[in-house]
Design a protein around this ligand. Structure first.
Ligand SMILES: [Zn+2]
Length: 233
């Protein structure tokens, strides 16, 4: 089983012994450094380096730092990065990540809060992309898949109000599906509000198996394989 997106840096302790791959995502320079440290310590953990849209740091400094970090051992993607709004500073920061991903030929891990059109515009034809914690509609999912992008589901899929998202999850092609926890955030039902942990990815896998009328073993097999392919593990 794979947790394709979590923040082990923000967990006091974690049990990842049951997981094949764990992608530990940075969200600023400090957390990206910590992600690399953890990844270098645990064979199943890999790191991403990037800066979340909510930052006050100066672009040039972040760019230089990221360019140093991306060369470290076990860094397999750029992110998480993305958009919470259409603030020009957020757009600039995302563009910086897209340029870096293109240069290094690494996948992008994208955070998207209601900015579907801007994400499509800025990422363009770049095809190595994971949309983390997907929460958009069917039309956007289909557009993303047609560009070769991967769709990753987390705790939001289990929420009561997410009927539309469960319909989307049924329609994602097998070879574009990923599962994640985003722990310690976004605990799935019935643990909502509690601290999340990577092992809860099994709850997501179980729900997907039910929705897609298949077995949890099958979900495990395809999501492990997809993670391996996208991140070149
Ligand atoms: Zn995250």
């Amino acid at each position: 089983m794979t947790d394709a997106h979590c923040h082990l840096q923000n967990l006091e302790n974690f049990d990842i012994s049951d997981l094949k791959y764990v992608i530990c995502a940075g969200f600023d320079i400090e957390s990206s450094k910590k992600a690399i440290e953890i990844a270098q310590k645990y064979p199943s953990v890999y790191a991403t380096v990037g800066i979340h849209p909510e930052t006050n740091d100066e672009l040039g400094i972040m760019n230089n730092e990221l360019r140093k970090l991306v060369k470290k051992n076990k860094v397999i993607a750029i992110g998480e990065c993305g958009l919470d709004s259409d603030d020009p500073k957020e757009l600039e920061l995302l563009k910086l990540h897209v340029d870096l991903a293109r240069e290094c030929n690494l996948p992008l891990v994208i955070h998207n809060r209601n900015q579907d059109q801007k994400i499509l515009e800025i990422l363009g034809d770049y095809h190595k992309v994971m949309l983390h914690c997907f929460a958009s509609d069917m039309g956007f999912m289909k557009e993303c898949v047609s560009r070769g992008w991967y769709i990753s589901f987390g705790g939001i899929l289990t929420f009561k109000k997410s009927d539309y998202l469960r319909e989307v999850a049924k329609a994602v092609p097998d070879d574009k599906l990923l599962i994640e926890t985003d722990s310690p955030y976004l605990s799935p039902e019935p643990n909502r509000g509690m601290k999340n942990s990577p092992i809860n990815v099994k709850i997501i896998a179980q729900l997907l198996a039910y929705l897609r009328n298949t077995s949890i073993d099958q979900i495990e097999e395809i999501t492990d394989k997809n993670c391996q392919r996208l991140f070149n593990l």
